[in-house]
Design a protein around this ligand. Sequence first.
Ligand code: C2E
Ligand code: MG
Ligand code: MG
Ligand code: MG
Length: 279
Amino acid sequence: HQKSSISQRWSFFDDHLASRMKREIFLRNRLDTALENEEFRLVFHPIVRASDTAVVAFEALLRWQLDGENIAPHEFIGLAEQTGRIRQIGYWVLQKSCLEIRMLTELYGSISVCVNVSVVQFQDLSFASTIEEMIRYYGIEARFLHIEITESVFSGDKENLFFTIKHLQSLGIKVSIDDFGTGYSSLSVMQDLNVNIVKIDKSFIDKLDLNGMTIVAAVMSISANMGYKVVAEGVETAEQAEKLTKAGVHYLQGYLYERPLELHQVSGFIQKNREQMAH
Ligand code: C2E
Ligand code: MG
Ligand code: MG
Ligand code: MG
């Protein structure tokens, strides 16, 4: 009796695992044709200046619509990294982001686009020269392109990492550390990496109690000394925004201001934002 229930549980576990693996195999295969089938699009999430909520940048976020279903980045980015397909997908993301930078700067002046780059792409020795060519090809100003990397880039060869970051910065591109604080070596990242921007992860912004505010204050103090600008990710309430602004955080991003926007909604958002500024 006992034995059969255990084996039942095991078979449930097997079924669960098997269906998860089936799903992964399915998605991995479909990722191979997703670009040519035009299943990807970018959405744009505003980043505002804390002092006056003027929009200063948009983060480009990848969306995959497969047979009418939206697949979340956390479900497919990892798979695309495993197969190496992320290189082509990431290249496409950069191309589309450069086009958007051109459109935004022509119409609205000084607005940046922040692009998430996978550790797999970033470790390619030719990454920075590819970006250099792209900037020339699209005729955009490098300072409007921000590259977001996570602390996971630290797992690879450090020398190449530093070289790539320096090369990008010498072009005028800004480099951000994304999801800051969630990696395994945040303080070494602070010490060793010469980035331009630190994005404090949403998990910290979610709990701005006394301890949480102490952590934010510490990040602000280190960043001030290192010359980093600080962005808070995942700001959802006015109370969070007020606390973060008081703590000196430079930029805020989150659902409080807007959800990620479709391409055609971006202009309307900027116009509305600028009208609010004028009043
Ligand atoms: P991320 O770069 O940290 O992006 C922030 C994520 O948090 C986005 O989710 C965004 O929609 C969400 N978010 C922002 N503000 C709020 C908020 O106030 N509340 C809540 N609940 N969520 C908020 P998304 O678009 O699902 O992206 C998840 C992750 O996927 C990104 O995290 C990034 O690591 C990765 N990703 C997205 N696009 C790309 C891409 O083009 N290339 C690569 N390599 N990774 C990407
Ligand atoms: Mg990001
Ligand atoms: Mg992030
Ligand atoms: Mg995050």
